[in-house]
Ligand binder design. Structure first.
Ligand SMILES: Cc1cc2nc3c(=O)[nH]c(=O)nc-3n(C[C@H](O)[C@H](O)[C@H](O)COP(=O)(O)OP(=O)(O)OC[C@H]3O[C@@H](n4cnc5c(N)ncnc54)[C@H](O)[C@@H]3O)c2cc1C
Length: 410
């Protein structure tokens, strides 16, 4: 009996467990999945919870219901991988041996990495990157009647890099609906040189912020937060004052990755960007946010990765070479307020471009342009996530990015 061990039962780990259970012979393969939590969160909902538009309970489900029969579920905190002995130790002393290992432990926010960030946590300093933080921010936003709202990214990479921008645009719409927009100054503070990582999209998003009277403070490398004086302080000694700070703390991979000598910078796992295979340990793979690959950390990326990875995995364990190649494909909806959203579609080589998706000229989803269709697409994604994506059912979306319908601006 060969043993496949999957670490992490979030988006990527759950899809991998469902797909590979169907593809690997149950008489030959024992599959085990480990997670520290018994709850699975639909994280895109964390964006809507603070605005009182989403019932928090809807965002979570029992993890055990999402793992297929024939896969053993272990609840516990992963402490260390011993890649030479091919064993994983949990914090409670349990040892799990493996022949093949898939690391899918994602990324999580670390406010303690920035001096002063935790001093006023859930006071005037908030976030929406965890379930608890999103719920706490809902109260703070409801109580906010005017002043300086600062939305802030500490450092890249972060998961869903468009989420802080979406939060900023939704905040603008939220204050307009409440009739207090003229009493709120909104500033978007980012370590990037513009509103997004890629130039064409950055220009489009920058224009949207400008149109809404939202100030941008670019190239801001935060050094500390002065929680008493309510100020963000950068390494080049700039200061940004706030009354309410909504920050995205430093995002790091799981600490055991570094402890086990498997991690690169910030405890993400360096793997081949096309096969997701570890260079030094060919029986180890990383999928989802845990992988250090040059595309967005997003559920959509986990989805496209797991459209190509399982076939490669089956070939590799049969002693063949992997043939499928992941191209870094990412498709992200960007809520822009008032029932509209933008859409971007890109990969390792092609930045987000304008055009129509998925059918040239017809769409119906315009790229890099606000539309109601895109907003409906974002909403439709939630039932698809639970009923199609996590169980690993095929979706009518190509795994690889296509140039069909895209326009390269002159
Ligand atoms: C506010 C917000 C909005 C988002 N919006 C979108 C969106 O619109 N579209 C989109 O595509 N993506 C979005 N995302 C990103 C998306 O949720 C993630 O990219 C996706 O969940 C990544 O899947 P994953 O399996 O790699 O990680 P996760 O789903 O985070 O799963 C990781 C799992 O590993 C477990 N784990 C970690 N460390 C350990 C340990 N030491 N021991 C045991 N278990 C461990 C965790 O408990 C967790 O269950 C959003 C994220 C946020 C926070």
């Amino acid at each position: 009996m060969r043993r496949l061990l999957i670490l992490g039962a979030g988006t990527a780990g759950t899809i991998a467990a469902n797909k590979l259970r169907r593809m690997l012979d149950a008489d030959d393969w024992q599959i085990t999945i480990v997670d520290q939590r018994g709850t699975h969160f639909y994280q895109p909902a964390f964006l809507f919870i603070p605005f009182g538009r989403y019932r928090p309970d809807k965002a979570r489900r029992k993890a055990s219901r999402l793992i297929p029969s024939g896969v053993t579920r272990v609840e516990g905190e992963i402490d260390r991988v011993d890649p030479d002995a091919r064993r994983v130790a949990l914090a409670d002393g349990t040892v799990l041996p493996y022949d093949y290992l898939i690391i899918a432990t994602g990324t999580s926010p670390h406010p303690e990495e920035t001096p002063g960030m935790e001093d006023d946590w859930h006071g005037a300093v908030h976030s929406f990157y965890t379930f608890d933080d999103a719920v706490a921010l809902r109260g703070a936003l409801a109580d906010f009647t005017g002043g300086r709202l600062v939305v802030h990214i500490s450092e890249m990479p972060i998961k869903c890099p468009v989420a802080p921008l979406e939060f900023t645009l939704l905040a603008d719409a939220h204050f307009r609906e409440r009739g207090i927009r003229d009493q709120v100054d909104i500033t978007f503070v980012t370590p990037l040189s513009g509103a997004f990582t890629k130039p064409v999209a950055s220009e489009a998003f920058g224009g949207m912020l400008d149109d809404r009277g939202i100030a941008v403070e670019p190239d801001f490398m935060v050094e500390s937060i002065d929680a008493q004086a309510h100020r963000l302080v950068s390494y080049d000694e700039r200061e940004v004052p706030y009354d309410l700070l909504v920050t995205v703390p430093v995002n790091k991979g799981a600490a055991f990755v570094g402890r086990s000598g498997l991690g690169g910078e910030l405890d993400f796992v360096p793997v081949d960007p096309h096969t997701l295979r570890h260079g030094a340990h060919p029986e180890i793979f990383a999928v989802g946010d845990a992988a250090a690959v040059p595309t967005s950390k997003a559920g959509a990326v986990a989805h496209f990765e797991l459209d190509v990875f399982p076939e490669n995995f089956v070939r590799i364990v049969a002693g063949e070479e992997p043939v499928e190649s992941f191209d870094g494909h990412a498709t992200c909806f960007i809520e822009s307020g008032a029932g509209k959203a933008m859409l971007i579609d890109f990969n390792y080589d092609t930045e987000p471009l304008p055009g129509m998706f998925p059918v040239p000229a017809l769409g119906p989803l315009p790229l890099l342009k606000e539309s109601r269709f895109n907003h409906w697409g974002k909403l439709a994604f939630e039932p698809i996530y639970w009923s199609m994506l996590l169980p690993g059912r095929p979706l009518p979306l190509p795994a690889h990015m296509s140039m069909r319908g895209k326009r390269v601006p002159s």
